[in-house]
Design a protein around this ligand. Structure first.
Ligand SMILES: [Zn+2]
Length: 311
């Protein structure tokens, strides 16, 4: 039985939902397993589907990674490029049963890609998504301790921002073609003793006014924050287009290693939800998916993609 699977985790192929995304004017990759004698059919006015052969692997892998990570160099980028090249070489072997498909968008909308053998067929809806770009700023809080000395309220620093951006741009870029450009990453100092846990009132009154003017979104790192019960480790303020994320993130709801960046992505998700004028906060009950009220991850699904971007 043939099946579609993703090459890289969270790369905009939602195989279980029979859905994938392709950036408008760009391409995405999908692996077709058990492809012997399978015939592909699709709307040739809107899609172009090519097999990634041995001689294409290097160029296709490089272009794929460049588009999603931009010019930012990082270990994650190098690791992903290696993973993708390895996977593409495996499917490009002439005698292999799996095929690596490069699905390019020539039009708009949500055409279908079908793979048929005999009278059995499987299908993917291919959502062709416009690219959306937003600017983002990060502000790191300093305030006074009891003796009047300036102290860092957060363990994070502007040096961590390239990693924040890499993770946010893969989470939203590869999965729904939304990208963030950094416009500022600096310390801010409030000349008051604010205590170890920042209250919501203090945040609005003393910290939010220090947001980056002109940025679409400012994300504040303040150490600890008195978040509401429904939003355990951060908050997004739609009227101000700012968010706050606690240093520790939310370990109970995200996998190990994603507790902090997961909460940041969650708050950014609220921002994107709000930008599309969607009703409500954006919370849902689909476990394991970003913005879920239960367990979460950095994974999106078809519903969330359609809430954050349009085809
Ligand atoms: Zn939330």
């Amino acid at each position: 039985m043939a099946s579609f699977v993703q090459f890289l985790q969270r790369s905009g192929v939602y195989a279980a939902q029979g859905f994938m995304i392709v950036p408008r004017g760009g391409f995405n990759l999908v692996c077709l397993r058990d492809s012997k004698d399978v015939r592909l059919s699709y709307d040739r006015g809107r899609l172009q589907v090519d097999d990634v052969r041995l001689e294409h692997v290097e160029r296709v892998a490089q272009e794929y990674i460049d588009t999603r990570y931009g010019k930012q160099k990082s270990q994650e980028r190098d690791d992903q490029l290696l993973r993708l090249r390895t996977a593409l070489y495996a499917t490009a072997r002439p005698q292999g049963l799996a095929r690596g498909l490069k699905v390019s968008a020539k039009g708009v909308g949500i055409p279908e890609l079908k793979a048929t053998r005999g009278n059995i067929g499987i299908r993917l809806e291919v959502a062709i998504l416009p690219r959306k770009d937003f600017t983002i700023a990060f502000k790191f809080l300093r305030h006074l301790d009891q003796s009047g000395k300036v102290i860092n309220a957060t363990k994070w620093t502007p040096d961590d921002v390239p990693w924040f951006l890499t993770r946010l741009n893969w989470t939203f870029g590869a999965q729904t073609n939304i990208f963030f450009t950094l416009v500022d990453a600096t310390w801010i100092t409030v000349q008051k003793a604010l205590g170890p846990k920042i209250s919501r009132d203090v945040f609005r009154k003393d910290i939010v006014p220090l947001k980056k003017r002109g940025a679409d979104l400012t994300c504040f790192l303040v150490g600890d924050y008195d978040a509401m019960a429904t939003e355990a480790a951060g908050q997004y303020l739609p009227d101000e287009q700012v968010c706050v994320v606690v240093d520790q993130g939310n370990p109970p709801v995200f996998d190990h290693g994603e507790a902090f960046i997961g909460v940041m992505a969650h708050e950014v998700g609220h921002f994107l939800h709000h930008k599309r004028n969607m009703p409500g906060s954006g919370h849902h009950d689909r476990g394991g998916i970003l913005l879920s009220s239960g367990l979460e991850s950095l994974s999106l699904d078809k519903q969330l993609v359609s809430n954050l971007n349009a085809w």
